[in-house]
Design a protein around this ligand. Structure first.
Ligand code: ADP
Ligand code: MG
Length: 423
């Protein structure tokens, strides 16, 4: 992929935007880009540098993403709306072509990583609640104030707010070491050899620590117990990222949006969509945080495809789809007969959300009911009946004051010294 039109190969110490940003280490990558931790010599801060592949279609996608990110930044000068902040953008010429680059505020690990770190065991509801508040704050802002649909909400695209100085934590994500001091110097002399040697040494050390079961997340390292991870002390604030698939509600690009497991029924049936597709993905994400399992993980089977299995799974959880909705989409005929029954999957095993939470995930009955009461309306088959992010923020479940909740509020008070990048 590191060829013409493809990724830009980056080495530690490489400089960008006339020397302003210096690459430190790779943070992640997606289909269209690689993301690097970089040091901003102008502000003396760490930033995330998203470097797009160079081919024209990727450049156009990046321009679109920048437009959305810029709008989000302009509308939120105080940076309190739980959406990733664009700091700068520029073009970088490399051997594979011109790459559009986005400079973003540096955040911590994704919720997917948090779920994995927690060994897919599901988190305490008090923690899920804090995360839900952030996501909803972000969605409410995007939907109501900006008229924007994210279209790809999922745990991978929600990042925890970083509470650490990356220079002080050598194995922040448990995988790659960060150099102690920002590397490369302001006057442009390269110290590559030295840096690479130093990096190798530190990588070795970090690897030794990891094999010794020492793992860190969001910079808070600890020695976890065998079965249960201690998530205390991890700040559950987070932000919505990755606007690569976002759009304006009145100017959509694609019929097929969202990552499979988080895709709303109206997208599968192609009956038209709006903001409420993000709400559907939000509910799937909240369930996954609480249980460690994806809410819907459709598979194709004998005689039916992934889409039909997906629709069957939805109806097994939420009840039969009203006939009018089932037959109302451009693709409805592929899956439903004229009575509104699935064509190839005839027998459905109904297992409602509250029972699922109690029977399979062993949640106490009262907690399960309250959580299901919060989530079920968000998964209404009729998109226009789903509550908005603003309405969800008013839901009693988010404002429950349980003992856990109070412990957490106290915990947050004592954590105030740790300064995060979120306000
Ligand atoms: P793509 O559109 O290619 O999926 P993303 O914007 O989702 O790109 O970024 C890819 C990955 O890079 C993320 O999943 C995350 O691991 C990392 N990443 C992205 N932005 C940041 C950031 N601001 N701070 C830290 N890591 C980031
Ligand atoms: Mg992504």
């Amino acid at each position: 992929a590191y060829r013409k039109g493809g990724y830009h190969a980056v080495r530690i110490g490489d400089q960008f935007a006339g020397g302003r940003y210096i690459a430190q280490r790779k943070l992640g990558w997606g289909q269209f880009s690689t993301v690097w931790l970089a040091y901003d010599t102008r502000t003396s801060n760490y930033v995330a540098l998203k470097i797009q592949k160079s081919a024209l279609q990727f450049a156009q996608a990046a321009l679109h993403e920048i437009e959305l990110l810029q709008a989000a930044a302009d509308g939120d000068p105080a940076n309190t709306k739980c959406v990733i902040r664009l700091i700068d953008d520029f073009k970088h010429a490399g051997p594979n072509g011109q790459h559009l680059c986005m400079v973003l505020e540096f955040l911590g690990d994704s919720l997917l990583r948090l779920i994995k770190y927690n060994r897919y065991k599901g988190m305490e509801l008090s923690k899920v609640r804090e995360i839900c508040k952030c996501i909803l704050t972000g969605l409410d802002y995007l939907h109501r104030e900006l008229g924007m649909i994210h279209s790809d909400l999922k745990p991978e695209n929600i990042l925890l707010c970083s509470t650490i100085d990356p220079a002080k934590d050598p194995i922040r994500s448990g995988l790659t070491p960060i150099l102690e001091k920002p590397e490369g110097n302001q006057n442009g002399t390269s110290t590559m050899n030295l840096i690479e040697k130093k990096l190798k040494r530190r990588a070795k050390k970090a690897a030794a620590k990891i094999s010794g079961r020492r793992v860190s997340i969001v910079g808070l390292s600890e020695t976890p117990k065998k079965n249960k991870r201690n998530l205390d002390g991890i700040d559950m604030r987070c932000k919505v990222v990755d606007f690569g698939n976002g759009c304006w509600a009145d100017k959509k690009f694609a019929e097929e949006i969202q990552t499979r497991q988080y895709r709303a029924p109206e997208v599968i049936l192609q009956s038209g969509y709006s903001y409420s597709v993000d709400m559907w993905s939000f509910a799937c994400t909240a369930f996954e945080l609480a249980t460690g399992d994806m809410l819907f993980a459709p598979k194709e089977g004998n005689g039916y495809g992934e889409d039909e299995d997906h629709l069957a799974l939805m109806m097994e959880l939420l009840g039969k789809m009203p006939r009018k909705i089932a037959i109302g989409g451009a693709r409805s005929k592929d899956y439903f007969d004229r009575h509104g029954d699935l064509k190839r999957i005839r027998r459905l095993k109904y297992w409602p959300l509250d029972r699922l939470l109690i029977d399979k995930y062993k949640l106490p009955e009262a907690e399960a009911r309250e959580f299901a009461d919060f989530l079920c309306p968000i998964m209404d088959f009729a998109p226009e009946k789903r509550p908005t992010a603003q309405q969800c923020l008013q839901h009693p479940w988010l404002n429950l004051r349980t003992q856990n909740n109070e412990d957490q509020i106290e915990g947050q008070m004592s954590n105030m010294q740790i300064k995060g990048s979120c306000s």
